[in-house]
Design a protein around this ligand. Structure first.
Ligand code: SF4
Length: 232
C-alpha cells in the first residue's frame, strides 16, 4: 500500500501522472485505501462538491465533521440536509475532549481571542488526530487558488502533521468551478454563502467579506489557517 510509511517522491509522481483528473484520483483513493480513508469535511462549498463526488464512488464512505461546538446554526442545518440527501454516507461529528465549559475553566473564557492557535489545536487538530488513528489517508477540499499557503498543494501529499497521506482532488478547481458544480447539480449549500461568507468556520472567527477570499477568517489576528494543513 502507498502510505506515509512507504512514501517516495517517485511513486507519488507516477501515481499522479497516472491519475491526472480529480475524479480519477478520488476513485483511485477509495479503491486503494478501502476503509482506511476518511474525508474531513468542513461543509463549505468545496465540501459539498466532494461529498457529491464521493457518494458516486463509495456511497457508504465515512465523513467526519470537526464539531468545535462553535459553528453557525446554518452549518448545522446544512449537515442535517446532507444527511437526508445522502442517507448511506456515514457522517460523524468529531467533538473535542474538552467541553466549552471545561475549556473556559482551564484556559479562560474566550480562548479564541486570547490564544486562537491553542483553541484550534484543542477543538480541531487533536480531534482530527484522534479520527485519523488507524487510517492511512484523508481527503481535504483544499484548492490552490484559495491562498498563497495552498498554492503548492498536490493531489497526493505526505502529511507530516498527521503521518498519513492527504489527498486533495480539487487543487485545480476555481471558485467558479465549485459553484457551477453546485448549481448544475442543485446541491444544498450553507445559506451564509449568500450573505458574503465565502469561507465559513466557527462563528466567533468568521466575518463576512466582499470578495471570494478567506479574509473573513480570524480577521485582524494575522492567523490565516487553523493549523490542520500546516506541518509541525
Ligand atoms: S476557528 Fe476560532 S473558535 Fe474555532 S477552534 Fe479555531 S480559534 Fe477556536
Amino acid at each position: 500500500m502507498f502510505s506515509y510509511e512507504t512514501w517516495d517522491d517517485e511513486t507519488a509522481k507516477e501515481l499522479m501522472d497516472e491519475h491526472k483528473d480529480y475524479y480519477d484520483i478520488l476513485k483511485w483513493a477509495y479503491q486503494h485505501y478501502k476503509d482506511k480513508i476518511v474525508y474531513s469535511c468542513s461543509f463549505g462549498a468545496e465540501g459539498i462538491v466532494l461529498i457529491d463526488l464521493i457518494s458516486k464512488i463509495n456511497k457508504h464512505a465515512r465523513i467526519i465533521f470537526l464539531d468545535t461546538e462553535l459553528h453557525f446554526d446554518e452549518t448545522y442545518d446544512l449537515i442535517e440536509k446532507i444527511k437526508i440527501k445522502y442517507p448511506n454516507l456515514q457522517i460523524e461529528m468529531a467533538k473535542p475532549d474538552l467541553s466549552l465549559k471545561e475549556q473556559a475553566r482551564r484556559h479562560g473564557k474566550e480562548l479564541w481571542i486570547s490564544d486562537p492557535n491553542r483553541c484550534c489545536h484543542l477543538r480541531k487538530i487533536e480531534p482530527l488526530r484522534e479520527q485519523l488513528t488507524g487510517m492511512k489517508a484523508w481527503i481535504s477540499g483544499l484548492r490552490r487558488e484559495q491562498s498563497p499557503t495552498r498554492k503548492d498543494v498536490m493531489y497526493l501529499n505526505k502529511d507530516e502533521k498527521f503521518k498519513v497521506i492527504k489527498i486533495c482532488p480539487l487543487i485545480h478547481w476555481t471558485w467558479d468551478d465549485v459553484w457551477n458544480y453546485i448549481k448544475l447539480n442543485d446541491l444544498p449549500y450553507n445559506e451564509l454563502h449568500d450573505k458574503n461568507y465565502p469561507s465559513i468556520g466557527c462563528r466567533m472567527c468568521t466575518l463576512p467579506v466582499t470578495d471570494n477570499s478567506r479574509g473573513g477568517r480570524w480577521a485582524s489576528t494575522g492567523k490565516t489557517e487553523c493549523g490542520l494543513h500546516i506541518s509541525g
